[in-house]
Design a protein. Structure first.
Length: 455
C-alpha cells in the first residue's frame, strides 16, 4: 500500500483539503479520505487526476522543427507537410521507433499525462514488406511503454487505400498498408503481445479515415473491435471533406452518422471541418472528439467548434498527435484561445460554476478515460491511480486556491509546474523529472544524431 497526503486535491465532489489517497499494489486507488498522516509515503501540494493523451503518432516527434520551410509552391499546407512526413518515416527502423516512442511517452508523463493512446499505423518495412513478426512495430510501442511506465491504449490502424476511389497507396504510405485479412492478423498479434504487458494496458482499433478504408470493411472493423475503443480521423481538412462528399455523396460526419452505429465507443479525431448541424448531431451521439490543438494549429486544420459541442453535451479528449510539442497546459490554452479568437470573446469555455481551466480539465478527464477505455480520470476508489501533482511552491501559484490554481497553471504557467506523476500507481515522475530520463534521452539522441536533418 502507498499512501499520498495532499494539502489540496480535486475530488469528484470538488476541491478538498488534507486528503489521503491509499493505492493498492495493483495500482488502483483503494481509499480516499480526509485527514493527516505524518507517516504517509508522499506529502504533496496540489493533487489532480492525471489525464489521458488521447491521440499520438509517436514517430513524428523526431520530425519536430524540420518542416517549417515553405516548399517550391507559393503556399504550404497539410498535404505538403504529409509528403515530408512520408519521406521521413522511410528512414525509421524498429529500434528507432522504440527509442522515439519511449522519449515521447517520457515527455507525456513529465507534462502530466498518465496514459498514451497510440494511433499506430507504421506496420511494415520500407517498401511495404511485412516484418517476419507482422506486429513487430506495435510491439516496439509496447516495449517503449515498459521502459517509460506510461499507461497504454494501443490502436492498430487499418489503412488500405490512398483515397475514396480506392487508388493504390503511394511509396510514402506503403508501410501503413494492409488488406482486411492481413490487418486482422496484425490485430491478433498485438492483442497477444499486450496480454503479457502491464495489467492496465488496453487494446482498441482505428480505421485510419474514410479516405483510407473501404466502406464495406468498416462494419467488419467494428465487429473486430468487439466493444473496444474505435478511433477515426474525421473531417480534419477541407480537401478531405470535398473528396468524401464527391465520392460518397455526403460530408464525412453526415456519412458516418448515417452508416455506422456511432456511440460512446467511438473517438473522432480533429473534427475541425464540421458545419453546425454536424457538430450538434455528432456531439449527441456519445462519441468523444479527440482534439489536438497544437498540431491542428501547426497544420492549419481549422478550429474545432468547442462551444457548440459542449453546449450539446459532447465529450472531448486531448492528444498531442504529431508531438511537435508535448505540453498539456499549452494544448488546453490553445484550445480555449482558438475559441476566443474566432468569437471575439474571453473565457469562452468557462461554465457558470467552473472556471475555464477547471471546466477543460474536467472535460478531458472524463472524455479521455472514455476514449482510452481506461478506468481513470477521478480520484476515487476502484480507479487506476493516474495522478499528477502541481508544485504549490511555484511563484504563480502563491496564495491561490481552488479553480484559480488551474487557471494559473494553464494560462499563466506551463508544465514546469508538474512535480510528480503516477500512472496506475507507478511513480514515474519525481520532482519534475522522469525516473528513466537519462537512459531514454540518451537512446533518443542517438537516433536523432543518426537521422540528422533528413528533410
Amino acid at each position: 500500500m502507498t499512501i499520498i497526503h495532499a494539502k489540496q486535491a480535486l475530488l469528484p465532489a470538488g476541491w478538498a483539503q488534507d486528503v489521503l489517497v491509499d493505492i493498492e499494489e495493483d495500482g488502483r486507488i483503494a481509499n480516499v479520505k480526509n485527514g493527516a498522516d505524518p507517516d504517509a509515503d508522499h506529502h504533496v501540494g496540489i493533487l489532480l487526476p492525471a489525464p489521458v493523451n488521447a491521440h499520438s503518432h509517436a514517430f513524428q516527434r523526431a520530425m519536430a522543427g524540420l518542416t517549417e520551410r515553405r516548399g517550391p509552391k507559393a503556399t504550404d499546407s497539410f498535404w505538403t507537410w504529409r509528403q515530408l512526413m512520408f519521406r521521413f518515416l522511410d528512414r525509421l527502423s524498429p529500434d528507432d521507433v522504440q527509442a522515439i516512442a519511449a522519449f515521447v511517452q517520457m515527455e507525456m508523463l513529465e507534462a502530466g499525462y498518465a496514459t498514451n493512446v497510440e494511433f499506430h499505423y507504421l506496420h511494415h518495412q520500407p517498401g511495404g514488406q511485412p516484418y517476419d513478426n507482422m506486429s513487430e512495430m506495435a510491439e516496439r510501442i509496447i516495449a517503449a511503454a515498459s521502459e517509460s511506465g506510461i499507461g497504454l491504449t494501443l490502436l492498430p490502424v487499418h489503412y488500405e487505400f490512398g483515397g475514396c476511389d480506392r487508388r493504390e497507396l503511394t511509396a510514402g504510405q506503403i508501410r501503413f498498408g494492409n488488406d482486411i485479412e492481413r490487418f486482422t492478423a496484425i490485430f491478433a498479434g498485438v492483442e497477444k503481445a499486450l496480454a503479457s504487458h502491464s495489467h492496465d494496458a488496453a487494446l482498441g482499433l482505428a480505421p485510419h479515415s474514410l479516405r483510407a478504408v473501404a466502406r464495406d470493411n468498416l462494419s467488419r472493423l467494428v465487429e473486430l473491435a468487439d466493444g473496444r475503443p474505435i478511433h477515426l480521423h474525421l473531417a480534419e481538412q477541407i480537401a478531405e471533406v470535398e473528396e468524401v462528399r464527391a465520392a460518397w455523396g455526403k460530408r464525412p460526419v453526415e456519412w458516418i452518422l448515417d452508416n455506422a452505429a456511432v456511440d460512446e465507443k467511438w473517438c473522432m479525431i480533429h473534427c475541425t471541418q464540421m458545419q453546425p448541424h454536424e457538430t450538434e448531431a455528432l456531439a449527441r451521439s456519445g462519441a468523444v472528439a479527440g482534439l489536438c490543438p497544437i498540431t491542428e494549429s501547426s497544420l492549419g486544420d481549422g478550429i474545432f467548434d468547442g462551444l457548440r459541442w459542449l453546449t450539446q453535451g459532447g465529450k472531448i479528449a486531448i492528444g498531442s498527435d504529431s508531438n511537435i510539442r508535448i505540453s498539456l497546459s499549452e494544448e488546453l490554452r490553445t484550445l480555449d484561445y482558438s475559441q476566443r479568437l474566432r468569437d471575439h470573446s474571453r473565457a469562452a469555455l468557462a461554465a457558470p460554476q467552473k472556471s475555464t481551466a477547471r471546466r477543460l480539465l474536467d472535460e478531458i478527464l472524463d472524455g479521455g478515460a472514455q476514449a482510452a477505455g481506461r478506468s481513470c480520470g477521478r480520484i476515487e476508489s476502484g480507479r487506476w491511480a493516474d495522478l499528477m501533482v502541481l508544485d504549490d511552491t511555484h511563484v504563480d501559484l502563491e496564495g491561490r486556491s481552488g479553480d484559480t490554481l488551474l487557471d494559473c497553471y494553464v494560462f499563466a504557467g506551463d508544465d514546469r509546474m508538474v512535480a510528480d506523476v503516477w500512472s496506475a500507481g507507478r511513480h514515474v515522475v519525481k520532482d519534475g523529472q522522469h525516473f528513466q530520463r537519462s537512459s531514454i534521452e540518451r537512446n533518443y539522441r542517438a537516433v536523432i544524431g543518426r537521422l540528422g536533418d533528413v528533410l
